[in-house]
Design a protein around this ligand. Structure first.
Ligand SMILES: C[S@@+](CC[C@H](N)C(=O)[O-])C[C@H]1O[C@@H](n2cnc3c(N)ncnc32)[C@H](O)[C@@H]1O
Length: 203
């Protein structure tokens, strides 16, 4: 799908995201992950700011998204949670930041959207300080045969309706990118992964 069309698709979903109708599990997973953030944080594709309630105090968040409507909601959420945050509207796949400029990089449910998820995993390693943290909560293809068949069959429909791919093997992509995984927790028939990681060693 063309990027402009994808932006409009997410613009239209911003109100729903801002209602914060996450399941109890999703809220718990966000909390588990985001409380580990520290220092200068880059949050990719922040959406309506669903992670903001869980950041520890003292972090400074650079929040990006290509949907102005999502960012409008995220700014409201940031104010409500007294966040020190700056917002950048644009396509994260085309953005560049200085190498090693963030202590923490956060992505929740964003790698399902990118054209080149492997390339993005490689980019965030460069943007993260060598001793920094990469915190990921991502969904993808299940290890359960019936579920994965369903996901593969309906993937074109999911992409058209909600803008995200359901057939990506996120753990394999992270491993292929060279990111060094410290800990993984997988849920819902391995469809959802919480990943605590670090940039891989540069050669
Ligand atoms: C499934 S939502 C997740 C939002 C948020 N991270 C969360 O956990 O609720 C995906 C978000 O990614 C944004 N997005 C998708 N592709 C993007 C891109 N290439 N650059 C910037 N933002 C993007 C969408 O606008 C949307 O806000």
């Amino acid at each position: 799908m063309k990027k402009e069309k994808l932006v409009r698709l997410f613009d239209r979903q911003a109100k729903r995201y801002a209602k914060g109708k996450d399941s109890a599990s999703l809220k718990r997973w966000r909390q588990e992950l985001i409380r580990q953030a520290e220092g200068e944080v880059l949050e990719l594709a922040v959406g309506a700011g669903a992670n903001f309630p869980y950041y520890p105090s003292g972090v400074k968040v650079t929040a990006t998204d290509f949907s102005e409507e999502m960012l409008r909601k995220a700014r409201v959420a940031a104010a409500a949670h007294h966040m020190d945050a700056v917002f950048i509207c644009g396509d994260i796949e085309k953005m560049s930041f200085d190498e090693e400029s963030f202590d923490t990089i956060v992505s929740t449910l964003s790698f399902c959207c990118y054209e080149n998820p492997l390339g993005m995993f490689q980019k965030i390693q460069r943007w993260c300080k060598p001793d920094g943290n990469i915190l990921l909560l991502e969904h993808g293809i299940s290890s359960h045969v019936a579920i994965s068949t369903f996901q593969r069959t309906f993937n074109p429909l999911f992409c058209r309706v909600v803008g995200c791919h359901h057939n990506r093997d996120m753990l394999e992509l992270v491993k292929a990118s060279g990111i060094e995984i410290d800990k993984v927790e997988s849920h819902w028939f391995n469809m959802v992964h919480l990943i605590w990681a670090k940039p891989g060693t540069r050669v």
